[in-house]
Design a protein around this ligand. Structure first.
Ligand code: HEM
Length: 407
């Protein structure tokens, strides 16, 4: 296996200069906030730009934990808190305990039936969602400038391979049968993630590297969280529709619902959470599409993702195939930004035969127009890409960081 360090990748980051790629569209898209709160789960709102809203409940609590130097003890205590129905461990600072008791409550509008429908959806469609979280959302994260920069310069940036797939892995975990049930783990994961994000808001502005390139003074605003949310939920549902994978209405709604609940559990206000897929598409068009842009850091992260298949024996999976699939799923522009070369064979095979392959797999078409070898290769691509990006990862173990990436 080639030993490619973060530094060598960044140093070879091609023609991209540190600031050159910071899309002016970021500022424009984000300051023209006019997505109607009437289309949110709240149905109405203040109209405040979510770019100016962070997490007023978690942020001061975690900032004082960091300033008091007690985060290592807190992490130690929280390590044993893993199940949704488990009481919080004894010994937590009282402010933190109060915050967590409140944060672990599901929103009042959480609907058991819809959460159950989401489980049905994931049971039937988990293979597709798994691949899409890894290949579409994971790769897309590398061209979301504020996310790529935050990930790169925060503590986890010093070991990025597991880091970049963790957000996608969370997407997969929310599809597990008992995610928000008492014996599940998603409430714990979401509350811990909220604490991590609060820590990052306190720490990253102290990073000179980050401050020099970041498009914002404090990272992970609620607008940013919704951008990432769209790279996960909305993008996956759009691809499922594009590939004409049959999904019952109740299951599609359930899938939306589990993501709405997750946004809320991550601290997003109801007025920013879309109430329907139409509303989500509309918000994504406003906040996600215009800000996608390359950064040197994002290209470096993508490079690590593209190298993943070289490090494990995944049979058919190869860098050219992963590259071609990225181009197929995210388009030429993003592939170019990520310096992914054209792959004439795979590019044309995917363009011509992927949708018929899905149609045959789903019983919509009875004969695959390509060769049986190609059908088998596509089937393996689905299975192995999902394994590669998601299922081999351990359950996410989330710790509050105490410092930034030291490099
Ligand atoms: C940490 C998920 C939005 C930046 C995490 C972790 C998870 C997660 C599961 C903990 C993983 C770990 O311990 O390594 C999500 C989800 C999001 C979201 C589901 C939205 C729906 C964002 C956004 C940003 C961001 C918008 C930046 C703009 C980070 C950073 C860390 C983190 C920097 C900490 C990494 C470290 O420890 O150094 N996120 N995240 N996240 N997230 Fe997010």
């Amino acid at each position: 296996m080639k030993d490619v360090s973060r530094r060598t990748i960044l140093a070879s980051g091609g023609a991209l200069g540190a600031f050159a790629m910071m899309s002016p569209a970021y500022a424009r898209a984000m300051t023209d906030w006019n997505w109607p709160a009437s289309r949110s789960v709240a149905g109405a709102g203040t109209g405040i730009d979510p770019l100016q809203v962070w997490d007023p409940k978690a942020d001061p609590v975690v900032a004082s934990l960091l300033e008091d130097g007690v985060v290592p003890e807190v992490n130690e205590l929280l390590r044993e808190w893993t199940r949704n129905d488990q009481p919080l461990p004894d010994g937590l600072p009282s402010e933190l305990k109060d915050f967590m008791e409140e944060a672990r409550q599901l929103p009042s509008w959480a609907d058991e039936d819809k959460l159950a429908a989401a489980v049905d959806f994931n049971e039937k469609r988990g293979l597709y969602t798994g691949v899409l979280y890894g290949m579409a959302s994971g790769m897309m994260a590398t061209v979301i400038p504020q996310e790529a920069l935050a990930v790169y310069y925060s503590k986890g940036g010093s070991d990025m391979k597991p880091r970049i797939s963790k957000t996608a892995k969370l997407g997969y975990d929310i599809g597990t049968t008992n995610a928000y049930q008492p014996d599940g783990e998603m409430i714990v994961t979401a509350v811990k993630t909220r604490l991590v994000h609060a820590a990052v808001r306190h720490l990253l502005p102290q990073s000179q590297h980050w401050s020099e390139v970041a498009p914002e003074e404090i990272p992970i605003s609620q607008a940013d969280v919704m951008v990432t949310w769209h790279s996960l939920a909305t993008t996956v549902m759009q691809k499922i529709r594009e590939w004409e994978i049959p999904v019952e209405d109740a299951e599609s709604e359930g899938y939306l619902h589990v993501w709405q609940v997750t946004a809320s559990m991550l601290g997003v206000d109801d007025e920013y959470i879309p109430a329907s897929w139409d509303a989500a598409d509309e918000q994504a068009e406003q906040v996600l599409d215009p800000i996608l842009a390359p950064t040197r850091e994002g290209v470096a992260l993508a490079e690590l993702l593209l190298q993943l298949p070289e490090e494990v024996d995944r049979g058919i999976l190869s860098r050219p195939l992963i590259g071609a699939f990225t181009r197929y799923v995210l388009g030429d522009q993003i592939a170019e930004w990520l310096e992914i070369p054209e792959e004439p064979f795979w590019d044309s095979a995917l363009n011509t035969f992927w949708e018929p392959f899905i149609a045959v797999r789903e019983g919509v078409l009875d004969r695959f127009p390509g060769s049986s070898t190609l059908y088998w290769q596509f089937d393996e691509l689905l299975r192995q890409a999902m394994l590669l990006f998601l299922s081999e990862a351990e359950p996410i173990s989330i710790e509050i960081p105490t410092h930034n990436n030291p490099d």
